[in-house]
Design a protein around this ligand. Structure first.
Ligand code: AHG
Ligand code: MN
Ligand code: MN
Ligand code: MN
Length: 335
């Protein structure tokens, strides 16, 4: 048999990569892996059984919750509670942080922040969606329920982050601060197998990803950058290619592999941008930096922004370093 390495084996092999006890990370990622498999199985049935469409409720952000948003949230929450490494979670689909109360959970050292289903409006039309997660060591004493401070840590304190993309194949990509590694799910084995070790993003790219429907109210610097992307300068490979799926995970994953930039600036509907700092931008920023790229709000490193609220939004520019720096230049020039 050829050299197949599962995610579980890989984590054990890379024990020294994790600043804390490797068994804990392995168990924690094990619960994420399990929930991802369950969600993957359900997503694959979309269209066959009654799992698409809206629940009829809005989440705290005023977004219409999809059945799969709720399903994925419940599965990830249950899987994280069942193992004893996590004392609480915060999620896009929960108004407040959720504390786990079993004695073993109270003694747990980690909190997880997550976007259980990213791009959920794409489910009904069979387009890739994802899950994003971010892991911190708690700052409150063990033995007690987690506090607000555990969840409102600055992104540079993350001990691990990752995403699952439910795409043409299902992949789990994660970092613990020692590179970015990707695993493809083999349904016949029921395992995530190492397929992309040490992923790096090209410093330059030719893909820009932005919802141009919001153009009229973009900041002038962003408008200037879009114009720059569209100009014909063949020796600089411009005009660039525009690609926008509408699932952050899928747009990010493509740009990570090929080189590119994803932009979600302030818009008329979202004056602070649409994406959420704690469970979308921070984990993706940690991953992109580990892959050699850059993530900013246009002026400041995402990972250095001190959070003030659980569901806080920030403008988000992420991808190939030179592309992100270019848009930052335009934003400085046209504030
Ligand atoms: P979610 O489905 O978790 O609420 O996230 C939606 C986000 C993100 O996935 C995507 O990049 C962005 O919303 C798309 O927004 P627009 O439809 O406004 O372009
Ligand atoms: Mn949503
Ligand atoms: Mn999302
Ligand atoms: Mn979501």
């Amino acid at each position: 048999m050829t050299d197949i390495r599962t995610l579980g084996e890989f984590i054990v092999e890379k024990q020294s990569d994790f600043p804390h006890a490797s068994g804990e990370l392995s168990s924690l990622l094990g619960s994420i892996k399990l929930a991802a498999k369950i969600v993957n199985r359900e997503i694959n049935k979309a269209g066959l059984v009654d799992i698409t469409g809206a629940v009829g409720e809005n989440n705290i952000q005023g977004e219409e919750q999809q059945k799969l948003d709720v399903y994925a949230n419940d599965k990830f929450k249950a899987a994280l509670e069942a193992r004893d490494q996590v004392c609480g979670i915060a999620s896009e689909e929960e108004d407040e942080a959720v504390a786990f109360h079993k004695p073993l959970n109270l003694n747990a050292k980690y909190v997880v922040l997550m976007d259980p289903l990213d791009g959920s409006s794409n489910i009904d039309v069979n387009v890739s969606v994802g899950t994003i997660f971010s892991i911190y060591r708690r700052v409150s004493p063990v033995g007690s329920p987690p506090t607000k401070e555990d969840f409102l840590q600055t992104g540079n304190q993350q001990v691990a982050a990752g995403y699952v993309i439910y795409g043409s194949s299902t992949m789990l990509v994660y970092t613990t601060g020692n590179g970015v590694h990707g695993f493809t799910y083999d349904p016949s084995l029921g395992s995530f197998c190492l397929s992309h070790e040490n992923m790096t993003i090209p410093q330059d790219g030719v893909i820009y990803s932005i919802n141009e429907g919001n153009y009229i109210r973009f900041p002038t610097g962003v408008k200037q950058y879009i114009k720059y992307c569209q100009e014909a300068v063949p020796e600089e490979k411009r005009p660039y290619t525009s690609r926008y799926i509408g699932s952050l995970v899928a747009d990010f994953h493509r740009n990570l592999l090929k080189g590119g930039i994803y932009l979600y600036p302030s818009t008329a509907s979202y004056p602070n941008g649409k994406l959420r700092l704690l469970y979308e931008c921070n984990p993706m920023a940690f991953i992109i930096e580990q892959a050699g790229g850059k993530a900013t709000n246009g002026f400041q490193r995402i990972l250095d922004i001190p959070p003030t609220e659980l569901h806080q939004r920030v403008p988000f520019f992420v991808g190939s370093t030179n592309m992100v720096e270019k848009v930052e230049g335009f934003l400085r020039e046209y504030p």
